[in-house]
Every structure is written in structure tokens, then in C-alpha cells.
Design a protein around this ligand. Structure first.
Ligand SMILES: [Zn+2]
Length: 139
């Protein structure tokens, strides 16, 4: 497969590093707090860094995940091409009589509002006062 791989913008690499550093800083702050050095604000800051870093890190992987998803779908479609074509043909075979039935019903439904001329027997609209074929009154 000659698929050119477009480079991911550098911003995602930066985000990855930034997110990782934030998480490391967060963990460091929490450890410092855990060993007893520092106050409550260290815990808050540490947690904030950890969560924010995680969000940034996960966010930086979104384009990769989307790319993987598209690749997976493309692969599945490619691998099952014949089966999908087969299913689509079979579906058409199943559906077409139904569509034809509906078309026939519609056609007949449109005709339903018709009657026959008392004089010449031509099929005419049920609300016609005169026959369009022979011109005789229908009342
Ligand atoms: Zn007539």
C-alpha cells in the first residue's frame, strides 16, 4: 500500500512533553507533601498539575486515535469488500419486489378515484360531470 503518512503537527509533540512534565511535577508535589515537607497548597497544586497534565497528554493523542479509527474502518471495508457487495446485492433483491409493490399500490391508489362512463364505458375521474371521451353528462 503506497499510503503517504502526513506528519502530525509539532504542536502535538509539544503538548505531549508539556503534559508529561506537568504530570511529573504533579507527582513530585504530591510526594513532597506526602513526606511531610510543605503544606496543603502543595497537595492542591500537585493534584491540579496531575489532572491538567493528564488532560493535555490525552488530548495530544486524539489525532492518533482518529487516524487509527479511520485506518481500522478502511481495513474492515477493504477486507470485506466482496461480502459487502454481496450483502448489498442481496438486499437489493429483497427490497426491489417490495418497492415494486409499493409503486403498484401507489399507481392503483391514484386510479382508485375513477369510475366508468355510463355511456361509453371509458375510465373517467369519479368527480367528472361530463365524460372527456364522449361528452355525455355523468349526473
Ligand atoms: Zn363516455
Amino acid at each position: 500500500m503506497s499510503e503517504q503518512k502526513p506528519k502530525l503537527p509539532k504542536i502535538y509533540l509539544v503538548l505531549r512533553i508539556f503534559g508529561s512534565l506537568l504530570m511529573i511535577a504533579g507527582i513530585a508535589l504530591i510526594i513532597v507533601k506526602a513526606v511531610g515537607a510543605g503544606g496543603y497548597e502543595l497537595m492542591v497544586g500537585g493534584n491540579f498539575c496531575l489532572v491538567f497534565g493528564l488532560v493535555v497528554l490525552v488530548g495530544s493523542f486524539v489525532p492518533n486515535m482518529q487516524r487509527i479509527e479511520i485506518k481500522t474502518k478502511r481495513y474492515i471495508l477493504h477486507e470485506n469488500k466482496e461480502d459487502l457487495a454481496d450483502i448489498s446485492n442481496q438486499t437489493a433483491e429483497v427490497i426491489s419486489p417490495a418497492v415494486m409493490g409499493v409503486a403498484k399500490s401507489v399507481k392503483e391508489g391514484l386510479k382508485e378515484d375513477q369510475k366508468f362512463c355510463k355511456e361509453c364505458g371509458a375510465q373517467i375521474d369519479s368527480d367528472s360531470k361530463f365524460c372527456p371521451n364522449c361528452g355525455k353528462s355523468q349526473q
